[in-house]
Design a protein around this ligand. Structure first.
Ligand code: 5AD
Ligand code: SF4
Length: 467
């Protein structure tokens, strides 16, 4: 057994938070901490928080309260800290909400955590750090070993001002990492066995728009001039990287060059998460989204033109202030028109300080719940119908390991980001690209068996037409 002290990080929120948790874990490991099996055996527990909806914050505050009171009851010495979006929003009031916390670190100071923990150990707590400089950002490029997919930060912060959204407040101004740093990180991930990379940014299509990311002397051999397509080209060129995704996109960033990147770069997967938020132009305007349904429609048409099998997923908010039945019905109809493969539906939650918080939250909760359920049930049937079309076909799957839901099965994802569950066979290994024949569909999962041999097409993994 190691003599090192043990840490555990409990994570709420989006993929960016998942990535932050991983990066902080690697930093702690470099400072002599080991990952604990569970909270009970941890000497240090950190809760990584989300502020996007009131409920997410309530959950994190509840969790922190429980941790502090469990520590008190057991009279044990354990460090309890909080990091991420909620800290940025609440500042030092987080210590009033949860008395007993040892430290609180905001979204831009995560790399300072090991040093802050040292201060707490030395009796200098509680510590608050919500600074907004990103000097330490490059310290956060470590990854856990043993996976086949990796998340890579490319853009921090968000300069959009969607009326409902707290993210610009909690994640700060936009700043894009230099492309060579991103490529270096992806190269070392590929060398370590990573096959799929997902480039992350709150509004990732803004990559390189507010600060220069490419050396003036470098040129794109494909003739791309926009930063995101150029970055995709550079990551595509890394041997070993078989799949690239990026999230979250904004319709304004679905330019002809980005569409060409989908067409010409073999590793760029036929998958896009493109939050639409509403299908009513009047509501999109009140949400200050900066596009209308026609812009969205055209972006998807252009993408489907080059990638007809595109897996398209989205986010939708129901119950934004003043949302009428007509506006809601327009959203329903638009979702049907777009044929989303999956959709995350959220009930509007007013966030303090956002422009929409000044509007009356006038859609009653029962109506929000009802609208939420309607969209979810529409999506279930649509997801099922779309997945049923895949029954009898072969899909290329990146093998990720034993299925989370059923230990007797394995699972992976298609390039279009569908989860595929299949029977293990001899020689099956995590990280392989295998062909699976689909024999059953559910709204969010497809099932089948490995059938590489009868797959008639060229099985080259970098062949764009192989799906
Ligand atoms: N209320 C409800 N949902 C929200 N989202 C962002 N802000 C809010 C809010 N105030 C949703 C959006 C976004 C997703 C991550 O969370 O749909 O795309
Ligand atoms: Fe939540 Fe947004 Fe922060 Fe992600 S960036 S954790 S979704 S508030």
């Amino acid at each position: 057994m190691s003599a090192n002290k043990r840490y555990h990080i409990h994570t709420y929120g989006c993929q960016m938070n998942k990535r932050d948790t991983e990066a902080v874990g690697v930093l702690l490991a470099r400072h002599g901490w080991d990952a604990a099996e569970n909270e009970a055996t941890s000497d240090l527990i950190i809760v990584n928080t989300c502020s996007v909806r009131g409920k997410a914050e309530d959950k994190a505050l509840g969790k922190l309260g429980l941790l502090v009171s469990a520590r008190r009851k057991q009279a044990r010495s354990q460090i309890i800290g909080v990091m991420g979006c909620m800290v940025q929003r609440l500042g030092d009031t987080v210590f009033d909400k949860v008395p007993g916390l040892d430290f609180a670190v905001g979204t831009r100071r995560l790399a300072a955590i090991p040093g802050i923990v040292d201060c707490v150990v030395a009796g200098q707590g509680p510590v608050l750090d919500t600074g907004d400089n990103l000097d330490l950002a490059e310290d956060l490029c470590g990854h856990e070993e043993g996976s086949v997919t990796a998340l890579v930060n490319v853009l921090f912060g968000c300069d959009r001002r969607c009326a409902y959204c707290i993210v610009p407040t909690v994640r700060g101004r936009e700043w894009s990492r230099p492309a060579d740093k991103v490529v270096e990180e992806c190269q070392s991930l590929a060398d370590g066995g990573i096959r799929e990379i997902c480039l992350l940014g709150q509004s990732v299509t803004q990559y390189g728009k507010t600060n220069a990311v490419f050396d003036e002397s470098t040129q794109s051999s494909a003739g791309f001039t926009e930063p995101l397509p150029r970055l995709l080209e550079s990551v595509d060129a890394i041997a070993g990287v078989q799949r690239i995704r990026f999230t979250s996109a904004h319709p304004s960033g679905c330019t002809p060059e980005l569409v060409r990147a989908f067409k010409e770069l073999p590793s760029v997967c036929e998958h896009l998460h493109l939050p639409v938020q509403s299908g009513a132009d009047s509501l999109l305007k009140r949400m200050r989204r900066g596009y209308d349904t026609d812009v969205y429609r055209k972006a998807i048409a252009a993408l489907r033109d080059v990638a007809p099998e595109l897996g398209l997923t989205t986010d939708v908010i129901v119950g934004f202030p003043g949302e009428t039945d007509d506006e809601f019905n327009a959203t329903r109809a638009f979702m049907n028109e777009m044929q989303f493969d999956n959709a995350f539906i959220f009930k509007y939650s007013p966030r303090p300080g956002t422009p929409a918080a000044a509007l009356q939250d006038d859609v009653p909760d029962e109506v929000k719940i009802q609208r939420n359920q309607l969209l979810l049930s529409d999506q279930e049937s649509r997801g099922l119908a779309l997945n049923e079309r895949l029954v009898g076909t072969h899909v290329e799957v990146l093998v990720e390991g034993v299925s989370l839901r059923n230990e007797a099965k394995w699972s992976g994802r298609t390039r279009t980001n569908k989860i595929v569950v299949f029977e293990p066979v001899s020689g099956l290994k995590v990280g392989q690209l295998r062909h699976v024949r689909i024999d059953r569909a559910m709204p969010q999962t497809i099932y089948g068996y490995i059938d590489d041999e009868s797959f008639s097409n060229n099985t080259s993994t970098r062949d764009h037409d192989s799906l």
